[in-house]
Ligand binder design. Structure first.
Ligand code: MN
Length: 653
């Protein structure tokens, strides 16, 4: 059952340990024995087929073994520890990564499950991309046997694959896998359209392949005549879904798209690519505006190649891709190429690692997202917006590459360098020209952000302009902190200025117990946040005053102290600038509030035209008393109102 797998592995893994693979297979087969797939096949066929898919990506031995074992901990009684004992730490780590991913499959809340699995997927990918490759191969084989599932489940899995796994394969640059996954999904989700295109492909396939063959030999002849060395010329095929998408987007007919001849010329060195381009253009009329130099300016995912379209044999439109073998491997196998293909070239390894860490900046971004965004829904949205959008590559003055989503502006770039650069950014030099912080960036731009301590700093309008989640998060954090500080100051001002009117001399006059009481009463965790809430208006001054007075009132009562003339009686000293009729006005105010005035005496303050008025009052409603304090304090003649706290104070006044 694994002879094919062994043969494929041996082809690219010369030092491959066949015994180890066979024992993993035996272990997995025993573990899964008695289990059947939905289509009635023996279960072990699934991991074997998935591992065969992985050999097309030329993955290492540990990955193949992990793939064979990937469903063991999940579906059998054997544990990760057992696997670690038998096949080592590395294999166990990989299997564990995949097992964690498959566990989330069992939840039924569709969106939450998707998101959850995505998160885990990415975390593990960030730790080790091999986990993602095995997962993709697993999904690939499941898609190829999806017919065995009931229609509803089939649709759900196809949608999930198209929405999540296809973009991941695309992002990692594994086109072969991406194209096949796409076609499987297309077949499930749009069976009629798929059948139509399938029939059309079948119909014109023979004619088309004849044309491709003739075009290949014509190109080979031309190159041979010009004595250019090249490795091979090959035909390209579009997948069904690609044809369908292109038909829909460009509103063309099937034949407009399918009849194009797609050829690829692979060779050894870069300069020959341009030489071949010249030869083609000398012999075939090029189509205007179709020459693309992705060698000098790689696509955002790192893709490199020369593209041109010419009127080829019989005047048929022919698309050429010209690239080196190195570029080709990277273009076709993406992350797998970085990870495995070049492993053998030890001398280059250091370089690759460096390149890898730059190219996969997005892995770091995903981890950032995980930290910053708590909600799953937002995570999903951010992921789709931020990571899957087309990306551009721009450069720092030192030549470091930063990849950003298309449409990113200078501010995005600045925050990707460092959050301090974002905060202090003033303007930028783009390719030597002075540009504003809001300038859109383009592929290949060299950007030097000028910072200044006196820069205006992040503002709300920045939030709408930036394209990256990283910049948005940092700006929001900054604004929140700034806001918080402003609210804190406002709250303190409000507290101090307003509480005066109630005979409370600001927040500093409060005792520790009073502060604790207020925090408890308004359910705020600390004094700073309390003042922020006051500044924000969430807690209003009258409620604070009421809470304070009610507390004092109750404390006095429960202590049984007789500090005031009576439980409901109080003495106040009102310090005023005297005027005619003032006493009458104060009397009226007291009466209007339904408070009994028991006593009123006035004492002139010598040589000042000021008076101190002592009043004794009795009230039944604390709120009325608080209103009285406020009203008195608001009278223009009143300088201060103080409560006479002790009996002694009252008597010796
Ligand atoms: Mn599986």
């Amino acid at each position: 059952m694994i002879s094919k797998l062994i043969a494929s592995a041996r082809e690219y893994l010369p030092t491959f340990n066949e015994e180890r693979l066979t024992s993993a297979f035996d272990f997995a087969r025993k573990a899964h024995s008695g289990q059947l797939r939905k289509n009635g096949a023996e279960y072990i066929i699934h991991p074997v087929k998935a591992a065969e898919i992985l050999t097309t990506l030329q993955v290492d031995e540990d990955s193949l073994i992990a793939c064979l074992l990937h469903d063991v901990p999940e579906d059998t009684e054997h544990t990760i520890e057992e696997i670690e004992g038998l096949f080592g730490e590395n294999v166990a780590f990989l299997v564990n990564g995949i097992t964690k991913l498959s566990k989330v499959h069992y939840r039924d809340m569709m969106e939450a499950r998707q998101i959850e699995s995505l998160k885990k997927l990415f975390i593990h990918c960030a730790e080790d991309p091999r986990v993602i490759l095995i997962k993709l191969a697993d999904r690939m084989h499941n898609m190829s046997t999806i017919d065995a599932l009931p229609p509803e489940k089939r649709n759900r899995i196809a949608k999930e694959t198209l929405e999540i796994y296809v973009p991941i394969a695309n992002m990692l640059g594994i086109w072969e896998l991406k194209n096949s996954l796409e076609d499987f999904c297309f077949k499930v989700l749009e069976p009629k359209q798929y059948a139509k295109i399938d029939a059309l492909v079948l119909q014109s396939e023979i004619e088309q392949s004849m044309l491709v063959k003739r075009s290949i030999s014509a190109a080979e002849e031309l190159l041979a005549k010009a004595k250019v060395s090249f490795l091979r010329v090959e035909g390209r095929r579009k997948n069904h879904y690609g044809i369908y998408k292109k038909m829909k987007i460009s509103r063309s007919s099937f034949h407009d798209i399918y009849d194009l001849v797609g050829l690829r010329i692979i060779l050894d060195d870069v300069s020959t690519c341009y030489q071949i381009l010249g030869i083609l253009h000398q012999n075939f009329l090029p189509k205007l505006g179709r020459l693309k130099d992705y060698i000098a300016l790689p696509k955002s995912n790192g893709y490199q190649s020369l593209h041109t379209t010419v009127f080829g044999i019989d005047g048929k439109i022919t698309e050429f891709q010209i690239r080196t073998e190195d570029m080709h491997i990277e273009n076709e196998y993406g992350i797998a190429a970085h990870y495995f293909y070049r492993e053998a070239q030890k001398t280059k390894q250091k370089n690759i690692k460096k390149k890898l860490s730059k190219k996969y900046q997005w892995v770091k971004q995903i981890l950032d997202l995980q930290r910053d965004v708590k909600s799953n829904k937002r995570f999903m949205r951010n992921l789709k917006l931020d990571i899957f959008k087309d990306r551009i590559f721009v450069f720092t003055p030192n030549g470091d590459v930063i990849d950003l989503p298309q449409g990113a502006i200078v501010i995005d770039f600045a925050y990707h360098i460092h959050s301090d650069v974002g905060m202090l950014a003033e303007f930028a030099n783009i390719n030597g020209q002075k540009k504003s912080l809001f300038s859109k960036l383009h592929n290949g731009d060299v950007i030097h952000v000028k910072i200044s301590e006196s820069a205006e700093g992040p503002q709300i309008k920045w939030l709408n302009a930036v394209q990256t989640n990283l910049a948005r998060t940092r700006i929001r954090e900054f604004l929140r902190e700034k806001d918080k500080h402003e609210l804190l100051v406002a709250g303190e001002d409000l507290f101090d200025s307003q509480l005066k009117y109630y005979d409370i001399q600001g927040s500093k006059a409060l005792t520790k117990d009073q502060k604790m009481m207020l925090l408890e009463h308004f359910e705020v965790e600390d004094w700073e946040n309390f003042l922020v809430a006051v500044g924000h208006g969430e807690i209003d001054i009258p409620s604070i005053v009421f809470a304070l007075f009610a507390d004092r009132y109750n404390t006095n009562r429960s202590r049984g102290e007789n500090r005031s003339p009576g439980d409901d009686e109080l003495a106040l000293c009102i310090h005023v600038q005297d005027r005619v009729g003032l006493l009458g006005d104060i009397g009226n105010l007291v009466a209007e509030l339904d408070i009994n005035m028991l006593e009123m005496h006035t004492f002139p303050v010598e040589h000042s035209g000021e008076h101190k008025i002592k009043i004794c009052i009795r009230f039944s409603d604390l709120a009325q008393y608080i209103k009285l304090l406020r009203s008195l304090n608001c009278m223009p003649e009143v300088i201060a109102v103080n409560r006479l706290e002790t009996l002694e104070e009252v008597q010796t006044f």
